[in-house]
Design a protein around this ligand. Structure first.
Ligand code: PLP
Length: 359
């Protein structure tokens, strides 16, 4: 494909060329139906095949055990900030705050019940993930909530806390399918699709069946897990095209060698950036070493003027959207699954040049 840039945006973000090509090929006439996917009834046989295929691929790739359900829900990850407590918070829930999105999740949950903040990384500017010893978990919480990868700050959990019989709930919006995880460590996983697994419009929810219990009576139908199960994620019209794109991304993951190969690539890509960052002193990484994200690499130069110059010069070279989030400033390279290693190599080369010219 011509004139494509390397898009380092935090989300919505890049899709693999292979995925875009398939969407393009099938755009006007999906499998001889004479229709575009976005024109198809969600109840039609053709569309139901797309839907079931996406679910089956996700189950296969993530090795989701049989005692879990997969939902495709509306409202992105943000809707799940409310859906999780409305369905599961009966008395009290523990929230671990390692960045902006986990803070938002806790704020939303506090509308529906008692929220116990068991850790807040504010004083280290969310530059690291806490150890288990730093978490004062309750013994009687309905669940423990964390954010697996902190998109804005560039930190990621390497080892999840052991919460015993208390269900662990993770927002994996920015690192789902980036590395192998054991789904059975979690009671519930949710993720907005537009960062690592598709486009905006759906959240994927993976929930252990015993956690599908009676929701708070005020829960909107569309956020009710039991009703979502009963209607197989089609209580109303689902985001048909976003689910189709998810299926294409999952197909691509299987074709390149599954999650193991994706993880290998992600370690290699992030390694190039972190090795370079560790070899010099012009740029300062934001995240502490043992908490570094494979997906969002955050760093800064000596001042904001140089950061801005970096961002504008990279954009001219087709390395786009490297500006850091306003909460952290500096520079952020989001290198999700679809970012080719060539893009990262080009970025590292430029970083070195820029450091020589401006150091
Ligand atoms: C982007 C993001 C969100 C918000 O996702 P929406 O789908 O826009 O609601 C939540 N959590 C994390 C970790 C994110 O990266």
């Amino acid at each position: 494909m011509k004139n494509r840039v390397y898009n380092f945006a935090a989300g919505p973000s890049m899709l693999a060329d292979k995925v875009l090509n398939e969407l393009h090929e099938e755009f006007f006439n999906y499998h001889d139906s004479g229709m575009a996917v976005m024109e198809m009834s969600h109840r039609s046989k053709g569309y139901l095949e797309i839907f079931e295929d996406a679910k089956a691929r996700l189950k296969r790739i993530m090795e989701i055990p049989d005692d879990y359900e997969i939902f495709f829900m509306h409202g992105g990850a943000t809707a799940q900030f409310a859906a999780v407590p409305m369905n599961l918070l009966k008395k009290k829930a523990d929230y671990i705050i390692t960045g902006n999105f986990s803070r938002k999740a806790a704020q939303e949950a506090s509308k529906y019940g008692e929220v116990n903040i068991v850790y807040d990384g504010k004083e280290n500017d969310y530059s690291r993930i806490p150890s288990s010893e730093e978490l004062s978990l309750s013994e009687d919480a309905d669940y423990v909530h964390l954010c697996s990868n902190n998109t804005i700050y560039g930190t990621e959990w390497k080892k999840y806390p052991d919460t015993g019989t208390i269900p662990l709930i993770a927002d994996m919006s920015s690192d789902i399918l980036s590395r192998r995880i054991d789904v059975s460590d979690f009671g519930l996983i949710y993720a907005g699709a537009q960062k690592n697994i598709g486009i905006a419009g759906i959240a994927v929810v993976i929930i252990r069946k015993d956690l599908i219990i009676e929701a708070d009576p005020m829960t909107p139908q569309i956020m009710d897990y039991a009703l979502t199960l009963k209607n197989d994620s089609m209580l109303n019209t689902p985001s048909t095209y976003a689910i189709y794109v998810l299926g294409k991304v999952l197909k691509w993951i299987e074709e390149v060698g599954g999650i193991k190969e994706i993880e290998r690539r992600n370690i290699e890509k992030a390694g190039l950036l972190y090795d370079y960052l560790d070899s010099q002193s012009f740029y300062q990484p934001h995240a502490e070493k043992d908490s570094r994200s494979l997906m969002n690499v955050t760093f800064r130069t000596a001042n904001e003027e140089l950061d801005a110059k970096f961002v504008s010069e990279t954009a001219k070279l087709g390395l786009c959207n490297l500006k850091g989030h306003r909460l952290v400033k500096g520079i952020r390279a989001s290198i999700y699954n679809a970012m080719p290693i060539e893009g990262v190599k080009k970025l590292v080369e430029f970083m070195d040049e820029f450091a020589r010219e401006n150091g």
